[in-house]
Design a binder for this molecule. Sequence first.
Ligand code: NDP
Length: 344
Amino acid sequence: MNEITDQHVHEIVIVGSGVAGLSAAVYAARSDLEPLVLEGPEPGGQLTLTTDVENFLGFPEGIGGMELIQRGKEQAERFGAEFVHDTVEDATLDDRPFELVLSNGDLLRTRALIVATGASARWVGAEGEDELMGYGASTCATCDGAFHRGDDVLVIGGGDSAMEEALFLTKFADSVTMVHRRDELRASEVMADRARDHDAIAFRWNTELVEIHGSREEGVTGATLVSHPDGHPKEKLEAGTKVEREEVDVSGVFYAVGHVPNTDFLEDTPIDLDDSGHLKTREGMTTETTVEGVFAAGDVMDPDYRQAVTSAGTGSMAALDAEEWFERQAVREAPAAAEATADD
Ligand code: NDP
């Protein structure tokens, strides 16, 4: 049983320090809610792993993901937000104040909570990926691309991330082969065109990765791909349909197949998640979750838009919703307090 190490009950705690958490922190701090931001295992979130952000309003030349995050943090700190580099392991949300257990064993109490924990890279489920992730297999080209100078590499996925990863990898790799399970890209036209027009990038359509070869000592040495003219070859393979199987010599495999929301610490709480694991919010345009006093922002609640700018938007909404909720609470508590005084 954890001791309550911090007797103070915080007004509001924001879990996550990506663009959603930072935007929530700016708004909450400007509303004098004195937010405490728990930065999480990857401070700054996914934007710290991207290169240039070209579609965040107000930066016509683009801005580096890391710089955008650093500026956001400075902005939140300027208004009084406090940052702690720790991660929430467990939460009790049955009663208020809510209780949060941190990875260092501390227990925090807070009247309101904004969950902005984002999402983590999805894995494909190929044989060998557990052993080789970090040893030639990667979910982050900007982190690991430089290890692949002169190599032939694969990028798995057909969305904007896959295009971005492939384009980045051409700085180092001799050849980049995109492996996509259908014959149509999910990526936006502008990103898809850039990848299609690049001489060092080739496409393998209707193809999926089933195995990565190699060892931790040698790194990645190859991969097994399956393909079927109608797409989704792994499904076909599982259903017993014949698929083409091919072994390719590559030294790197990069996953860009989307993300899964980070909600592990909410597992034993009454908060509702949707079928895809995202935090459910109430009907209408709100960030209120199914637990009163808990608000959600960014990729952890958004299965559809997942843009830096929309995450910033839902972050600000969460802080505004929390502020309004505090005001409603005060209205509710005020008559009760007056009654108690009258009874004295
Ligand atoms: P997406 O969900 O958009 O794309 C994931 C891709 O991976 C899809 O092509 C999907 O295939 C494929 N995929 C998913 N699961 C598997 C699997 N198990 N095996 C093989 N393939 C799989 O994710 P992204 O990360 O690319 O993008 C997320 C959001 O971020 C999007 O809204 C995107 O626009 C945005 N973004 C914007 C950027 C920019 O504008 N510069 C850069 C990066 C991201 P299928 O298509 O068949 O479903």
